[in-house]
Design a protein around this ligand. Structure first.
Ligand code: SAH
Length: 216
């Protein structure tokens, strides 16, 4: 199958799996996933799988990106905080669906690559930061939407504090290498609304800044 055919097949599969947001479907069609995939895996760009991107991290599976982004109820009037931007693929998708995207990644090299790729796509509404995303981005809070792309055992409390009342947080919860579920929370004045969006396997949300590694 040629790459355009593979892409069309993937988009059809996503529709069949319940992805109906038209803005999201066209963003998935417009963002060249190959730009975010290492050379060695270019032939798998449009397969519905996670792929290695170095630093022990992966670019997420398209179905998971689509399901998590759709669960945010994208809205062009709102700003979104993304924690764990990795390759920047999902960040690029978000940039088509929100007014502004604040993206945090703890691996400085990944953040730099992601920012270069996104600039190459001429998306000018993304601001990136290297650091510990579990601390959020207090200067820009509150956020109407928060998307966490790494798993933790509990809702990261500082992120919850930075979510606006009425806002939506999508976050994988569960143990590292154990059972994890994508959870969707709506913040209310009292008990949050909670929805379970199904099983997933993510790398853990690691607190603290990534250490500089010395190659030997
Ligand atoms: N959705 C991304 C992949 C996310 S993988 C994509 O499609 O490319 C999870 C990412 O979270 C990894 O890049 C990892 O380095 C990052 N991460 C883990 N803990 C973090 C933290 N505390 N703050 C910011 N980023 C973190």
């Amino acid at each position: 199958m040629t790459p355009p055919t593979q892409k069309i097949r993937l988009i059809l599969d996503l529709r069949r799996a319940g992805i109906t947001d038209t803005g999201l479907l066209s963003a998935l069609e417009n963002v060249p996933r190959g730009l975010f995939v290492p050379d060695a895996f270019q032939d798998q760009t449009w397969e519905d799988t996670a792929l290695p991107i170095g630093h022990g991290q992966t670019i997420s599976q398209p179905t998971i990106v689509a399901r998590m982004v759709q669960a945010l109820n994208p809205d062009k009037n709102l700003k979104v905080l993304e924690v764990g931007s990795g390759s920047g693929y999902q960040t690029a998708i978000l940039s088509y669906l929100f007014r502004r995207v604040y993206a945090i990644e703890r691996e400085g090299n990944l953040m730099q690559l992601a920012e270069d790729r996104i600039a190459g796509l001429r998306r000018h509404n993304v601001t990136g930061r290297t650091g510990d995303g579990s601390l959020g981005w207090p200067e820009q809070a509150p956020f109407e939407r928060i998307l966490v792309s790494a798993a933790s055992e509990e809702i990261p409390p500082l992120l919850w504090d930075q979510l606006a009342v009425g806002g939506v947080m999508v976050c994988p919860l569960g143990e590292d290498r154990g059972e994890q579920r994508i959870m969707r929370f709506v913040k209310t004045d009292n008990v949050p609304d909670v929805e379970d969006l199904g099983p997933v396997r993510f790398v853990p949300l690691v607190s603290g800044r990534a250490q500089r590694r010395i190659a030997v």
